[in-house]
Write a protein that binds this ligand. Sequence first.
Ligand SMILES: Cc1ncc(COP(=O)(O)O)c(C=O)c1O
Length: 350
Amino acid sequence: MSKFWSPLVNDLVPYVPGEQPKMANLVKLNTNENPFGPSPKVIEAIQAELNDGLRLYPDPEGESLRQTIAAYHKVKPEQIFLGNGSDEVLAHIFFGLFQHGEPILFPDITYSFYPVYCGLYNIESTKVPLTESFEINPDDFKQPNGGVIFPNPNAPTGRYLELQYVEEILAANPDRVVVVDEAYIDFGGESAITLVDKYPNLLVSQTLSKARSLAGLRVGFAVGHPDLIEALNRVKNSFNSYPLDRLALAGAKAAYEDEAWFRKCCDGVISERERVTTALEDLGFEVLPSRANFIFARHKDQPGEVLAKGLREQGIIVRHFNKPRISEFLRITIGTVEQNDALIAGLESL
Ligand SMILES: Cc1ncc(COP(=O)(O)O)c(C=O)c1O
């Protein structure tokens, strides 16, 4: 605290990102990055941008990338909004598309940035409890609200909500924006982007940080009705007109142009997810059914905190949340075959 801080800053409760360790050789399974590197075509595209053109500002609208993403998802470019990671897209959504006078709804166990944005923008919220089996019950989202947001698959549970139930939530809230945060959708779910022309209140956000292995490039986007996109552009152009630099625009476009690489990475993660799940079940864990690139698991007798510490001592880092209902769980990112073998051996020894 300092006398120079505004009272607003004083009251902020910032998000705490998962550790990015400085030590080499750690088995890093704590922040849901992709264990496989980006496509070589992405690296080539970024290298091709390393020239005198860097003295010029990038395209503020990211027109070329929006066209690529729109064609990929069979929507129009004016239905796409780009941001510096989906976190920035989400921040603009909270500011520009939720009704600040009424509580917005999100699950009690979910992405921990949502309450942070509420604090930043002074938005009321109601935490909607997940069921006993950590599922979203669509009926619970049929109450007055200033907007709705949930990840699908949810984080950190990994549980997926079938599209018919997403539609139920959309249909029950025709006068409010419903945001489906699809950071992990490519690891086995069906995207709600196919519904954006049917529901003008639907906004889907996605990221290139996970399935496209580009967490370091910071690219995310939202897809929805052009009216929703226009609101986001108004916020963006009141904050930072150039959220994506030239390297990010070029790399992200190349990532969409290498479908074979993308499929190979997703399939690799999915098959490893199934293998790790079975191995952990054999060790006495309950593993929630996951459609993400991580699993959420608790052991029948070993506390999550003890296991996380024990793994850390062996150079393996996973995420443990000391929060109500989930303090017994570990969230474990799916790694390479070798990393997952190290995890399984580490848990065996504990
Ligand atoms: C549910 C969810 N949404 C959004 C994000 C943000 O992703 P990024 O800002 O890297 O696009 C994350 C990151 O872990 C996440 O778990």
